[in-house]
Ligand binder design. Structure first.
Ligand code: OXD
Ligand code: MN
Length: 598
C-alpha cells in the first residue's frame, strides 16, 4: 500500500468503477509470482511445464480471437485531432472515456483487481519512469514481473515525487456469481480498446489479455506515451534493440537498430558473431530510451527487464541465446505443449512427434486442414516471456542507469527485392530520410496489415503523436547532437532470388555487416558512392568462408536505379499523407534522391 493521496484516489476511483471482488497490491516478490502461478495452474489457465526440462516455467493458450496487438482498436485520444496524425486512429478523449467508462462499469466483477507498481528502466534511474498498472489478469501480473521492475520501492518513489503514469487494464469479462471462468477471458474485437490519453499521460486498455494490448509498460507506455514525453523533453523513445559489439582490441561499439516485428530484432540483439574476435552482448531487444549525455553523445537504456519474443523461428541455428534465456523461469503463450510437458514451435530446429496445440487440441505435425494445408501447432505470433538476466550474453552493465553511448543507428525491414544488403547514409539528415521511408512486408504480430507497408523507424503503430512531427523530432535531435550524432545505416537481410532462394545467410553472419559499419565509424574502410548511399567496396566486407556465388553477391549489392525510381512514387504518395507537417528536409531529401537516381 501507499500513503500517496493521488495514487490512493485513482485506485479507489477505478475500484468504484470496475467493482472487483477484492483489491491486491502487488510487491513483485517471488512469493507473489509463485502464488499467482499456482492459482492459474489450479484453475486450468496455466500448464506447469516439466520441472526438469523447463524449470519454473508455464504455458498458456489464449483465446483464438486474442493473439496479437490490435492496431485497428488502438487509439491516440489527443484533445486535438491533428495531434494524432495520419498513422493513428483518433477518437475525441471525452467521447472515448464515456464509451470506455460504460465498458469498465462492473467489468471486474467476480475478479481480483491487482495494483502493480512498476518502473520502466532501472528503479530510480534519471531516465526511468514510475508507473502503476491496474489489471484484473493474473497472467498480466506475472508477465509484468518479468518484463518490468515490479517493486514496492516504486511506491516509495511515487510518494517522494507524487508522479506516476496510470495504466488501467481489464480483460473485459466480468463473472456472475457461480459462473465458471474460461481459460483466457477477453472481450470480442469490437469491444476491445487500447487507448492513450496523450495530453494527460493516461493509458486505458479494455478487452484483450494479449502482449502489447495488456502489458501496458511495453508498447503503450514505453513507446506511445514515452514518444510524446520524449518529444516535449528532448529525448527519444524508439522501437530499437540495443547491442554492444566489441572488437578484438576491446573497443566497444553500441548499435541501436529499428526493425518492424518479425524481422529478427531479437536474433540480431543476441547475435553470435562469426567474425573472429568480435563479440556481441545484448542490452535490449525491443525498445530504446535515449537521451543526450553530458558529453553531447546519445545515451541509451533498455526500459524493459525481459524479452517478449516471437517463438516460431527461434532455434539453435537462429538464436541459441534466446533459447537459453527461456530455458527456465519463462512463460510461453500459444505454443505446442509436448506429452512430456515441454514446449515446441515451428522452426525450433528439433523434431516433435505431437502434443497439444495452441488451440488446446491434440496435434501432430502431419495434420492438414480441409484445403490440405499443414496445421501449425504454435500460433505464428506465439511468444516466450523470458528474463533478460537469464540471457547468457546480456551485457554485464545492461542496467547501468547512465546507459550506453550509441555509435550506430541501423534501420531496415523485410524486403525480398529491391533493397540491397547494406548501405550507409551520406549524413544524419539522409539517415533520417532512410529511416523514415523504411518499408517491410507483413508480420503476424499485428492483425491488420497490408502486404507491404512503409514503416518509419519501425514506429508506425507506436508513434504517440503526429508522424510528421515525429520525423521533425528526428531532424531536431540530429541538430542537437551535431557531429556526435550516431552514423546511420540501412540493412536488408531478406533478399531472395526470383526462384525464392535466400541470397544472404543471415543470423550470425550478419556480424560481418556490423563489422563493416564499425570499420566505417573508425575510418578504417572507405565506401563507394551510389545513388542511394555509401556501399562496401570490393573486399571491404569479408566474405571468407561463406561460399556466396559472385552473381548472388552482385545481386545483394545491386542498386537497380529503375526499380528504385519506381518505388519513389509510392514513398511520395505515402509521405503526402503527412500534409503540412511533412518536414521540409524530408522533401529536400526526396528531391535529392530523385536527382541522384536520374
Ligand atoms: C513486439 C512487436 O511484440 O513489435 O515487440 O509487435
Ligand atoms: Mn516490438
Amino acid at each position: 500500500m501507499t500513503k500517496n493521496k493521488k495514487l490512493l484516489a485513482w485506485v479507489a476511483e477505478v475500484e468504484k468503477m470496475c467493482t472487483p471482488d477484492r483489491v491486491v497490491w502487488c510487491d513483485g516478490s517471488k512469493a507473489e509470482y509463485d502464488r499467482l502461478m499456482a492459482e492459474m495452474v489450479a484453475s486450468g489457465a496455466a500448464i506447469k511445464l516439466n520441472e526438469e526440462k523447463r524449470p519454473n516455467s508455464f504455458a498458456f493458450n489464449s483465446d483464438p480471437s486474442d493473439v496479437a496487438r490490435v492496431e485497428n482498436r488502438t487509439y491516440i485520444a489527443s484533445v486535438n485531432k491533428e495531434d494524432a496524425g495520419p498513422t493513428n486512429n483518433w477518437i475525441d478523449p471525452v467521447e472515448l472515456k464515456k464509451t470506455m467508462t460504460e465498458l469498465y462499469a462492473g467489468c471486474m466483477k467476480g475478479r481480483t483487481m491487482y495494483v502493480i507498481p512498476f518502473s520502466m528502466g532501472p528503479i530510480g534511474s534519471p531516465i526511468a519512469k514510475n508507473a502503476i498498472e491496474i489489471t484484473d489478469s493474473p497472467y498480466v501480473v506475472c508477465n509484468m514481473h518479468i518484463m518490468t521492475r515490479v517493486s514496492t520501492e516504486v511506491l516509495r518513489l511515487i510518494e517522494k515525487t507524487d508522479e506516476f503514469i496510470p495504466c488501467l487494464h481489464s480483460v473485459g469479462a466480468p463473472l456472475e456469481p457461480g459462473q465458471k471462468d474460461v481459460r483466457w477471458p477477453c472481450a470480442p474485437l469490437e469491444k476491445k480498446y487500447i487507448a492513450h490519453f496523450t495530453d494527460e499521460n493516461l493509458i486505458w486498455s479494455y478487452g484483450s489479455g494479449y502482449g502489447g494490448n495488456a502489458l501496458l509498460g511495453k508498447k503503450c507506455l514505453a513507446l506511445r506515451i514515452a514518444s510524446n514525453m520524449a518529444r516535449k523533453e528532448g529525448w527519444m523513445a524508439e522501437h530499437m534493440l540495443i547491442l554492444r559489439f566489441t572488437n578484438p582490441e576491446g573497443k566497444q561499439f553500441h548499435i541501436a537498430a529499428a526493425f518492424p516485428s518479425a524481422c529478427g530484432k531479437t536474433n540480431l540483439a543476441m547475435l553470435q558473431s562469426t567474425v573472429p574476435g568480435w563479440k556481441v552482448e545484448t542490452i535490449g531487444d525491443d525498445i530504446a530510451w535515449m537521451k543526450p549525455g553530458p558529453d553531447g553523445r546519445l545515451y541509451a537504456i533498455n526500459p524493459e527487464a525481459g524479452f517478449f519474443g516471437v517463438a516460431p523461428g527461434t532455434a539453435a541455428y537462429s538464436n541459441p541465446m534466446a533459447l537459453a534465456a527461456c530455458a527456465k523461469d519463462a512463460i510461453f503463450t500459444n505454443v505446442v505443449v509436448t506429452p512430456d510437458l515441454d514446449v515446441w514451435w515451428e522452426d525450433m530446429g528439433v523434431k516433435c512427434e505431437g502434443g497439444t496445440d495452441w488451440k488446446n487440441n491434440p496435434w501432430t505435425p502431419d495434420m492438414k486442414d480441409a484445403e490440405g494445408k499443414k496445421i501449425k501447432g504454435a500460433h505464428p505470433n506465439s511468444r516466450f516471456t523470458a528474463r533478460a538476466a537469464n540471457c547468457p550474453v546480456i551485457c554485464p552493465d545492461w542496467e547501468d542507469p547512465a546507459g550506453v553511448p550509441i555509435d550506430i543507428f541501423v534501420f531496415g525491414g523485410k524486403r525480398t527485392a529491391v533493397m540491397p544488403l547494406v548501405h550507409e547514409a551520406f549524413n544524419f539528415e539522409h539517415g533520417v530520410y532512410m529511416g523514415a521511408t523504411a518499408s517491410s512486408e507483413a508480420t503476424a504480430a499485428s492483425l491488420d496489415q497490408a502486404a507491404l507497408r512503409f514503416d518509419p523507424f519501425a514506429m508506425t503503430p507506436f508513434i504517440g503523436y503526429h508522424a510528421g512531427d515525429y520525423l521533425q523530432h528526428w531532424f531536431d535531435m540530429g541538430d542537437l547532437l551535431g557531429d556526435k550524432a550516431p552514423r546511420c545505416f540501412y540493412v536488408n537481410w531478406f533478399r531472395k532470388t526470383d526462384d525464392g532462394k535466400w541470397l544472404w545467410p543471415g543470423f550470425g553472419e550478419n556480424s560481418r555487416v556490423l563489422k563493416w559499419m564499425c570499420d566505417r565509424v573508425e575510418g578504417k574502410v572507405g565506401a563507394r558512392e551510389t545513388a542511394i548511399g555509401l556501399m562496401p567496396r570490393e573486399g571491404d566486407l569479408t566474405l571468407e568462408g561463406l561460399n556466396i556465388p559472385a552473381a548472388d553477391w552482385a545481386e545483394l549489392m545491386k542498386v537497380d536505379k529503375e526499380l528504385f525510381k519506381s518505388t519513389l512514387a509510392d514513398a511520395e504518395k505515402y509521405l503526402a499523407a503527412f500534409g503540412d507537417k511533412l518536414p521540409v528536409r524530408m522533401k529536400e531529401q526526396l528531391e535529392a534522391l530523385k536527382k541522384r537516381l536520374g
